[in-house]
Design a protein around this ligand. Structure first.
Ligand code: HEC
Ligand code: HEC
Ligand code: HEC
Length: 470
């Protein structure tokens, strides 16, 4: 009897050793001769990432089996819903342009050892990310990120997914001065009552602190106004991304019937032309004078000045250890731990991708309000089902001053906004202490405009626009 046990043990050991040998053989790291990006490509191709994270998954043979098949299809569905890796893989193939969001998302799942999921690599030998493979991927991400920003952060901060804002952008001062005037000019509206600044006042952090904005005749819009500060860092403008540039964006509000309600740019230009002084100033800068393109160009140029560098968090990023308290720093660590910094990345902590509102819980079902057209988000533009409820991720700079929050303006305090983000985006119920820490970190993102720290002295009360209707 004892002998049998002994033999069995030996047999098991031999089998295990053989497994390890085979496993090693099928799970080799890519040749170090290859360029780094090709090594990473090979790792992810073997990792089967495309099988679950693209619109055209390569189905494994067992996807056709009854029970296993159901599980596989569910993983593929929720994998693709959470993340489309195709643009990243295509960029990787040619060492092209990478999105800071892709780098952050992939870095996070590799650091947490979450992908590929064990049930996948247990079947697909060779797909799991061994320590050696993870090292290659993480090293490459750090190198790419440093190149992307070229901001020369000290070594202790060089890997951070959040980056400091430029101290200034190159701007044509004469155009920006015209843009400033236009931004504050109510003649862009049909009855000369509403300017851009009505909803985006510079003294109130570039927002109106209403749930929904009020246009001419006190008409109500259907979505919360984001700030104009640091909008220049957004990859597209508006919650649904319908404007590619700030100039594109600026052409919208003047003719929007519930905002400024002008009939046409011709109507606006005719009014401005009556102002001889303004016309003279305009021709001094734009040879072809007052046109829609020049008006929106000037506004864009002005908006390039609306950046808020030198926040305490940026001082910390640039190497000043004393810029943050221990609590604020812990808040930042939690912000990374709970995946916040996979969507809220880069210089504006957002503005680089469209993401699902309610990625991990049912935000819209829980909200209890009727769905609106605006709730469709990116879908409004593309009519693709996958884009429904996807929004351009808002930046979080100066966020302590830009209440209420979310596209629907339903969260009045930063604490609520943070608590619910954790629930709906990261499936985490944060403790009160954790929420306080993250909020204290977010408050360190308040920066300076023209050397002065941004403030917002309007009453903390959110104007309830649904009440206003009655
Ligand atoms: C068997 C299917 C499957 C494979 C293979 C797979 N994933 Fe995933 N992945 C998923 C699912 C399902 C989720 C969503 C899990 C969740 O909601 O937390 C996910 C989530 C992710 C996320 C997080 C998205 C977010 O916004 O938080 C990233 C990034 C990711 N996967 C990358 C990868 C990479 C890189 C690989 C290859 C090494 C890979 N995945 C392989 C199914 C898969
Ligand atoms: C009546 C209030 C109102 C007026 C007037 C107004 N806006 Fe807005 N602004 C909004 C709202 C609401 C949104 C969000 C709309 C959306 O995403 O669909 C917005 C979005 C923006 C954005 C996009 C920011 C981002 O993060 O996507 C910019 C930039 C902007 N406005 C600049 C301007 C400029 C320039 C003007 C004047 C030409 C202007 N706004 C006039 C309310 C207003
Ligand atoms: C999967 C991507 C994703 C993750 C993860 C994520 N967010 Fe967001 N965040 C968004 C999107 C999209 C919105 C806009 C949602 C809306 O308007 O309905 C948003 C909005 C916000 C806002 C409100 C900003 C404003 O101006 O309205 C705050 C604050 C915020 N997020 C903080 C966090 C924190 C803290 C975490 C981590 C606990 C987090 N987010 C995780 C995508 C994400």
């Amino acid at each position: 009897m004892k002998k049998l046990v002994k033999w069995c043990a030996v047999l098991l050991l031999v089998a295990a050793a053989a497994m390890v040998v085979v496993y090693r053989a099928v799970n080799q790291v890519p040749s170090p001769e290859l360029p780094q990006y090709e090594q990473v490509y090979e790792i992810f191709e073997e990792g089967g990432c495309l099988s679950c994270h693209s619109s055209d998954p390569k189905l494994p043979f067992y996807a056709k089996l009854p029970v296993a098949g159901k599980i596989v299809m569910k993983d593929i569905d929720s994998g693709y819903r959470a993340y489309d890796i195709r643009p990243f893989m295509d960029a990787l193939k040619v060492d092209g342009e990478f999105s800071p969001v892709d780098l952050a998302k992939i870095e996070k799942v590799v650091l947490d050892d979450r992908m590929p999921m064990p049930k996948y690599y247990l079947v697909h030998w060779g797909s799991s990310l061994t320590e050696a493979k993870r090292e290659i991927v993480l090293g490459w991400i750090l190198k790419e990120r440093a190149e992307m920003y070229a901001d020369n952060l000290p070594e202790s901060r060089a890997g951070e997914p959040v980056r400091p804002i430029d101290s200034a952008l190159e701007v044509d001062e004469a155009k920006a001065a015209l843009g400033f005037a236009l931004f504050h000019d109510p003649r862009l509206s049909v009855d000369n009552t509403v300017s851009c600044a009505t909803c985006h006042a510079l003294e109130t952090a570039g927002v109106d602190n209403h749930q929904y904005s009020h246009g001419v005749d006190d008409q109500l819009g259907g979505v919360n106004a984001p700030t104009v500060y640091n909008a220049v860092y957004n990859f597209v403008q508006f919650w649904d991304g319908r404007a590619k540039t700030l100039a594109d964006q600026a052409a919208g509000p003047p003719l929007n019937p519930v905002e400024m309600a002008s009939e046409s740019f011709d109507q606006i230009i005719a009014k401005l032309k009556e102002d001889k002084k303004f016309v003279k100033a305009f021709y001094a800068v734009y040879a072809d004078g007052l046109t829609e393109a020049n008006i929106t160009d000037a506004i864009e140029e002005f908006e390039r000045t609306l950046i808020t560098p030198d926040s305490r968090f940026d001082q910390w990023l640039r190497g000043d250890d004393s810029a943050l308290t221990a609590e604020e720093l812990e808040g930042y660590e939690l912000f990374k731990k709970y995946d916040c910094a996979t969507c809220h990345v880069g210089q504006n902590l957002g503005g680089h991708s469209y993401e699902l509102m309610g990625l991990r819980r049912h935000y819209f079902a829980d909200r209890g309000l009727e769905l609106t057209i605006e709730d469709n988000g990116r879908y409004k533009e593309t009519q693709l089902e996958r884009d429904r409820h996807r929004f351009k991720v808002p930046g979080l700079r100066n966020v302590e001053h830009t209440w209420p929050y979310y596209h629907d303006g339903t969260r009045e305090t930063l604490e609520e906004a943070v608590r619910d983000m954790a629930i709906y985006q990261s499936d985490v119920e944060m403790t009160e202490t954790e929420i306080d820490k993250v909020v204290s970190f977010l408050k360190t993102l308040t920066g300076k405009y023209k050397g002065e720290l941004l403030t917002n002295d309007t009453s903390r009360d959110v104007i309830h626009d649904h009440d206003h209707d009655h």
